[in-house]
Design a protein around this ligand. Sequence first.
Ligand SMILES: CC(C)(COP(=O)(O)OP(=O)(O)OC[C@H]1O[C@@H](n2cnc3c(N)ncnc32)[C@H](O)[C@@H]1OP(=O)(O)O)[C@@H](O)C(=O)NCCC(=O)NCCS
Length: 164
Amino acid sequence: MFEDYLTWKPFFDVVPMQETDCPAASDLHGQRFSRQWSAEEVSSLLQQSGVFGFSALQTNAFFSRPLGGFVLSREAAGEAEILTIAVSEKLARSGLGWRLMQAALREALERGAESMFLEVDEMNAPAVGLYRRLGFQQVARRKAYYAAADGTKTAALVMRRDLR
Ligand SMILES: CC(C)(COP(=O)(O)OP(=O)(O)OC[C@H]1O[C@@H](n2cnc3c(N)ncnc32)[C@H](O)[C@@H]1OP(=O)(O)O)[C@@H](O)C(=O)NCCC(=O)NCCS
C-alpha cells in the first residue's frame, strides 16, 4: 500500500475544452503568464467562431478532474494559430504540452487548415523547444516585442508548420 503511494502518479486525458474548464484554465493562465486571462475572457474566446480548445484532465484524482493544462487555437480560412497553451509547472516535462499540441494540430487539420502559426518569446526555452520538436520553423522575428515588468524587452518569434 505504502509502495503504491510512492509510485502513484497522475494520469491525464486530453479532451475538447468545455465551458466548465474555463475557471481552472484562467487560474492556470495566471500561474504561467504575467497577465492572467479571466474565466470570462477564456470562455468568450472559446465561444468565438473558429476557436477550439483542449484540456488535460486528471483521471485518477479522488474527488475531481483537476486541469493539468490546456490549449486554445483558432482556425480561419485554411490557417490555424495557437492562441495560448499552458501546463501546470508541477507537471513540467511530463509530455502534456506535447499531447495538447498534437490534439490542436489534428483538430486544425480536420477543420481544413493547411498550416499552423504561433508567436513565442524567443527567450522561452521550454516553449521554443516544444514547437521546434513539433516541426515548427521560424518565419519572422519581431524585435523588442515583449516587455517584462523590469522593462527588459525580448523578441517574438513567429513560427509556422505545415499540417499536410
Ligand atoms: C511550454 C509548455 C506548454 C511545455 O509544456 P510541457 O508539458 O512541460 O512540455 P512537454 O513535457 O510536452 O515537452 C515536450 C518537448 O518540449 C521540449 N521542452 C519542454 N520543456 C523544455 C525545456 N524546459 N527546455 C527545452 N525544451 C523543452 C522538449 O523537446 C520536450 O521533449 P522531451 O521532454 O522529450 O525532450 C510549458 O512549459 C508551459 O506551460 N509554459 C508556460 C506557458 C508558456 O510559456 N506557454 C507558451 C506560450 S507561447
